[in-house]
Design a protein around this ligand. Structure first.
Ligand code: NAD
Length: 275
């Protein structure tokens, strides 16, 4: 595969480009993930709350691709935070996926108002000890949440999966992660259609210069910044387009031009989600 890997702080490698299945209809998930695997994706990002872990698992089973060539992430939903509840939720996710292990298990949101994310994180550390999740990490964790995990558990997440695009760069979280060896995964890498990021003149200009699509130009920005991405699409043509980003490179000026875009649009607030 042309997709490079990123070495995580626990020694495991993750393919830097994968396929996300947020809002992929459970009824269609097996077919869509089968298409993605056929297109060449080997890294799938799902979650308990997406309701489509079974479809992901069926597509993996039917693909015949050796398990060790695949990278599968799922996530602990907010209602399942805690100790025993997190362990039970993890077992249920593995069961739905039909897998013996996942590559990465994440605490989906901190939900600071409930104050159970430290307990959930300790449960994930125990799950990692069993080998049934090779790596563990968090999602939507802001600097105070990461500081608290460090202070109270001493266990560093392998990744933090956050909403991230040139319109929402979360510089403080990205800097913290860089300082502490936490890989950053960018969700909503194309802006989720919430803003016209794909039509931004800077993005379009760079795309035109390279003879690629705006989505491809944006994915290059993420990859060159070192972020892990898993754009979502249900279209086979766009799956191929989003994977076809290893034949060109943005130059330093182009990366800097996207780095300099101002914050634009409304974004998820991890302090209130799940409250
Ligand atoms: P995204 O930025 O990947 O945007 C997806 C949308 O972009 C699709 O609806 C599609 O219409 C469009 N698109 C895809 N490829 C395109 C192309 N080549 N040209 C034009 N438009 C294109 O947003 P996302 O799906 O929300 O994020 C990616 C993944 O991140 C998700 O599927 C999920 O796995 C993960 N995610 C995680 C969280 C979290 O809280 N941890 C939240 C949201 C998403």
């Amino acid at each position: 595969s042309l997709v490079p890997s990123v070495r995580l702080n626990d020694g495991h490698d993750i393919p830097q480009l994968g396929f996300g299945v947020f809002k992929v209809d459970p009824v269609e998930t097996e077919r869509i993930v089968t298409d993605a695997l056929e297109a060449g994706y080997r890294h799938i990002d799902t979650a308990r709350i997406y309701g489509n872990e079974e479809g992901v698992g069926r597509a993996i089973a039917a693909s015949g691709i050796p398990r060790e060539e695949l990278y599968v992430t799922t996530k602990l939903w907010n209602d399942d935070q805690g100790g025993d509840s997190a362990r039970a939720a993890f077992d249920a996710s593995l069961e739905r996926l039909g897998l013996d292990y996942v590559d990465l298990y994440l605490v989906h949101w901190p939900v600071p108002t409930k104050d159970r994310y430290v307990e959930a994180w300790n449960a994930l550390a125990g799950i990692r000890e069993t080998g049934r999740s090779r790596s563990i990490g968090v999602s939507n964790h802001l600097v105070p949440h990461l500081e608290r995990l460090a202070a109270e558990t001493g266990v560093t997440p392998a990744v933090n999966q956050i909403e991230l695009s040139p319109y929402h760069q979360q510089r403080d979280v990205v800097a913290y992660c860089a300082e502490h060896g936490i890989a950053v995964e960018a969700w909503g890498p194309l802006g989720q259609g919430k803003t016209d990021l794909l039509g931004d003149p800077a993005v379009v200009g760079i795309a035109e210069r390279h003879g690629v699509s705006p989505a491809q130009a944006l994915l290059r920005w993420h990859l060159q910044r070192g972020f892990i991405v898993f754009p979502k699409t249900t279209s086979r043509a766009r799956m191929e387009e989003n994977l076809d980003v290893f034949g060109f490179e943005l130059d330093a000026t182009e990366v800097a031009q996207l780095d300099a875009l101002p914050p634009t649009g409304e974004h998820a607030d991890p302090m209130v989600i799940g409250a």
